[in-house]
Design a protein around this ligand. Sequence first.
Ligand code: MG
Ligand code: ZN
Length: 352
Amino acid sequence: MENRFLLFLSIMLFISCSENETVNPKNIILMIGDGMGLSQISAAYYQSNDELCFSEFEDIGFIKTHSASSIITDSAAGATAFSTGKKTYNGAINMDTDTLPLKCITYDFIDKNIKTGIITTSSVTHATPGCFYGNNKDRWTADEELALQFINSNINLLIGGGQKFFKNRSDNRNLIDSLEQKGYHFISSVNDQIPENTDKLIALCAPKHPKSISQGRGNFLSQSIELALKTLKNERGFFMVVEGAQIDWGGHDNDSDYIISELLDFDKSIKAALNFAKNNNETLIIVTADHETGGYGITGKNDKTNKLITGFLNDDHTATMVPVFSYGPGSSNFKGIFDNTEIYHKIKELIK
Ligand code: MG
Ligand code: ZN
């Protein structure tokens, strides 16, 4: 009897030890669907004939998105929560509530000699991508200043729109020249060939924002991910941030088709990241949103047109919790209900 009890004890001890053993990921890909609430994802599922990639994630949680200044966050405070672990006022790009600059997580990776990259379907100087390299008190007047700050960032890769904030500036500086002097390879389309072993890449594919999917953006986002994986993949690992920026704009426009087409494009980009992660078992993918936009809801489906019947509460963000999907080593840490700031702390824990 006693022997059996000892056997039971040692088995329990073994189980609890192996549960506590988290394998740290070598690569981390943080994917942010701006304005991507559960209705946005649900609409894409119901409107699509294929199964979406979200189904491949087994570890799922929810985050509370309120900022320090409002129950309704904006994208600047939302991304600052992810990049610094601090709740701040709406409009702040990596600034605390006293407007003092905060260090963002990208630089923790750079300090560890880990390659970093940022990809977005908006201008690279927009609030969400800006929070992964810059600091500014006011997102609405920050574009040129953020472009200037990027030059000294040592981030390996930046892809999106916003060429005019680098080239056609009010101070007449040409920041592309400055970046090339720092070893960056510059392209203006993700279809452009890049030299073998490119280590630093900047791709600015529109004067301001890249087109929407319905206007012909094509496979820009998934191609950007392929390009980034090629550039960032290395022995020490990488940290990559990917933003599907325009899901939010469909919400602001109360345009269900816009939301769904951008969501399906974001899903394709998740697929590109998942394909990479599945092949190496050392990549953590976290897919989440900064907030929901529009108070979007699905109230039915038209049997004749096969289109969803949808509605909106407003043309701005809402306070509803948003989902977190995670895959790969460390993914179980992202289960449950927690604050958006915990995304930062959980990533930091995994790179200690
Ligand atoms: Mg955004
Ligand atoms: Zn928005």
